[in-house]
Design a protein around this ligand. Structure first.
Ligand SMILES: [Zn+2]
Ligand SMILES: [Zn+2]
Length: 460
């Protein structure tokens, strides 16, 4: 396929691949993306972005599913040996990873002519334009975290194999982060053709649906007129395919359950114990029953740890579970039922149970007007055949938390699936993708800013 690259030069494409390979070599799981965030912040600073990190991005460490102190320390130590300066680590520890880069365009103000139907945000922008300081904010979201999977090393080129035992980029977020830096290069180069503000959001902890809510809580999406984001290789498998997610995001809650009972001698006096493992086992069976026979909800208990030894009544059991629903309300209801069921089953065995929510996302939809404008860019790139305006995501993504915030303030948001052949499925130990998709993403995103603003210069 002949793709018309206007902004992604061969040199930039090579650099984007180098960024990706570096991120791939140093994968970091959610809330421990110290090295990744540091490298992103450094590069954005070099490119003239105003860079925000630490508390200003994610708040004071109140995000969901932040790892325990001890394991976090181990990752900090690793980041330290990999060159992350101590003061940078101090700023990010305890659930404060992630970076926001802000670039203010330096295009000469051409008066109020760009208040019209050529703007992405339509009415809202016109209202705002009459105010004093009413420039558009265009935001992009890139997720940057890896997964706790041992990489199948034989399939990777030695130049970018994971150097972190038990962690790998098996979802393509290394590519997303690399595209973010590639886009940053283009936009800083064309700064004098941009008016308004560009906000590049590098989000931690997408896996488990944790990081987006923390960034939203800091107000980063409150004044955004246009939000764009996307994923590599989901829903499309060919280079040049782009599909807008008109829906199909599953609402989800990530739940931990801790059952607490009392230990006792399993032979001499089992009746003196309170069996937490048995309560948790019964709950596991009952939890699956909640979703049985329904196509629009799902339950999974993915991890079960309990007890301390063969001849002891188990005093503790821990479960990691999740719920999903085709509609946000369905998931909320299912989540309530999970808690009630856990309480009931715990009661049967005289044990207690505590449920913690460690991740969450809702359903979402791309704004159709924004998708239409992006379609035009895709056509101009030569992707006429490969663009789909309506497609279902079919999984969960916490970008929906950001999309909702933008849309409820009358902005527009869209999320795209970018086609790429995969060498193994997402979250598989041999996952990898055709890197050509990285150039396409960067070009598509760059055009969504630069071609739009060019359009605004043309007389009506
Ligand atoms: Zn994933
Ligand atoms: Zn992903």
């Amino acid at each position: 396929m002949d793709i018309n690259y206007q902004y992604v030069t061969p040199q930039l494409y090579r650099r984007i691949r180098e960024y990706r390979e570096e991120f791939h070599r140093y994968p970091e799981c959610g809330w421990t993306e110290y090295r990744t965030s540091w490298r992103i912040a450094d590069r954005l600073t070099e490119l003239g972005f105003e860079v925000f990190a630490g508390e200003s991005v994610c708040g004071s460490g109140t995000g969901m599913g932040i790892p325990e102190e001890e394991s976090a320390q181990e990752y900090e130590q690793r980041a330290c040996t990999e060159g992350v300066p101590k003061e940078v680590l101090a700023q990010m520890r305890g659930g404060r990873t992630g970076v926001v880069g802000v670039l203010r365009g330096s295009r000469k103000d051409t008066g109020d002519e760009h208040c019209g139907d050529r703007t992405y945000a339509g009415d809202r922008d016109c209202e705002a334009e009459s105010g004093e300081n009413a420039e558009q904010v265009i935001a992009f979201r890139f997720d940057i975290d890896a997964l706790p999977i041992q990489e199948e090393r034989t399939v990777y080129n030695a130049s970018y194999r994971s150097l972190h035992e038990g962690v790998m980029h098996a979802c393509g977020h290394d590519g997303h982060a690399a595209v973010g830096l590639g886009l940053a290069e283009i936009l800083s180069q064309y700064r004098n053709q941009i008016d308004g503000e560009i906000r590049l959001i590098f989000q931690p902890a997408e896996e488990g649906c944790r990081g987006a809510a923390a960034i939203v809580s800091q107000g980063w999406l409150d004044d955004v007129d246009v939000l764009l984001g996307g994923h590599i290789g989901i829903g499309c498998r060919h280079i040049g395919e782009i599909a807008a997610c008109s829906g199909g995001f599953l609402a989800t809650s990530k739940l931990n359950f801790h059952f607490r009972g009392k230990s006792a001698h399993a032979g001499k006096a089992p009746e003196k114990g309170k069996n937490a493992l048995l309560a948790a086992a019964e709950f596991t069976v009952d939890a699956y029953a909640l979703a049985r026979g329904h196509d629009d909800i799902r339950v999974n208990v993915g991890k079960f740890v309990g007890g301390s030894g063969r001849n002891i009544i188990a005093a503790d059991a821990w479960l990691e579970a999740e719920t999903r629903g085709a509609a946000t309300e369905l998931n909320v209801k299912l989540c309530e039922q999970m808690e009630q069921t856990a309480q009931r089953d715990a009661g049967k065995y005289g044990v207690t149970v505590k449920m913690d929510k460690v991740g969450e996302a809702q359903t979402g939809e791309s704004s159709p007007e924004l998708v239409k404008l992006c379609e035009k860019n895709a056509c101009e790139m030569g992707l006429t055949e490969g663009f789909r305006k309506e497609a279902m995501f079919g999984a969960s993504e916490d970008v929906t938390v950001m999309m909702e915030r933008v849309q409820e303030h009358n902005g527009q948001a869209a999320y795209f699936m970018f086609g790429a052949p995969l060498f193994a499925e997402h979250h598989h130990c041999a996952f990898d993708f055709d890197e050509e998709v990285l150039g396409i993403m960067a070009e598509f995103y760059a055009r969504s800013v630069l071609e739009k603003q060019k359009g605004e210069d043309k007389p009506e």
